[in-house]
Design a protein around this ligand. Structure first.
Ligand code: GTP
Ligand code: MG
Length: 184
């Protein structure tokens, strides 16, 4: 039908899990290995810091069969001081991608908190995807794919391990969301 469906999408997740990197990979096909450490980043000035401040906006179109989904992407900041802004971005969102880092178990715990918050305060129709990012760092893995898959199934999410660095599953996760959005 050649229709374009606009879809607000929000990325949520702990600091440095790779939310901005996933968006950069998806929208521009690029990856940047930032030099600054997170600890430094948290206390550095805005100008020299790569950690997201507040939120950043991007858009990208995905074609599914004869339909198109134009994602309006809000890449939120993972730092706790920005937590109170999050509802502005997830309210009314067609989709949310909750991101954790497979090499950091604490970020998986934080991801579960985001899922709880979405289930309690978000819109019931929001499609929620769980992304286990940094899947290229297998030797440093702390969260098994089985554990995440089980959690996702129990909570009605769909789950993929991704890597913004190697591009594994990055287009795929957005495509799967687009597919679900064109089915409604
Ligand atoms: P905040 O904006 O602070 O919430 O962080 P973020 O979730 O946007 O993380 P960001 O994209 O800034 O990535 C943090 C660090 O992880 C950067 O050094 C990235 O290069 C690195 N990174 C992101 N994705 C991957 C990945 O898939 N694999 C590897 N090896 N590193 C990644
Ligand atoms: Mg960011």
């Amino acid at each position: 039908s050649n229709q374009i469906k606009n879809a607000k999408l929000v990325l949520l997740g702990d600091v440095a899990t790779g939310k901005s990197s996933l968006v950069l990979r998806f929208v521009k096909g690029q990856f940047v290995e930032f030099q600054v450490s997170v600890a430094f980043c948290d206390s550095c000035s805005i100008a020299s810091c790569e950690s997201t401040i507040g939120a950043a906006f991007f858009s990208q179109v995905v074609a599914v069969n004869d339909e198109s989904v134009k994602f309006e992407i809000w890449d939120t900041a993972g730092q706790e001081r920005y937590h109170s802004l999050a509802p502005m971005y997830y309210r009314g969102a067609a989709a949310a991608v909750v991101v954790y880092d497979i090499t950091n178990a604490a970020t998986f715990t934080r991801a579960k908190k985001w899922v709880q918050e979405l289930q309690a305060q978000g819109s019931p129709n929001t499609i929620v995807a769980l992304a286990g990012n940094k899947a290229d760092l297998l030797e440093a893995r702390q969260v098994s794919a089985e554990e995440a898959q089980t959690y996702a199934q129990e909570n009605g999410l769909f789950f993929m391990e991704t890597s913004a660095k190697t591009a594994i599953n990055v287009n795929n996760i957005f495509y799967e969301i687009a597919k679900r959005l064109t089915q409604v």
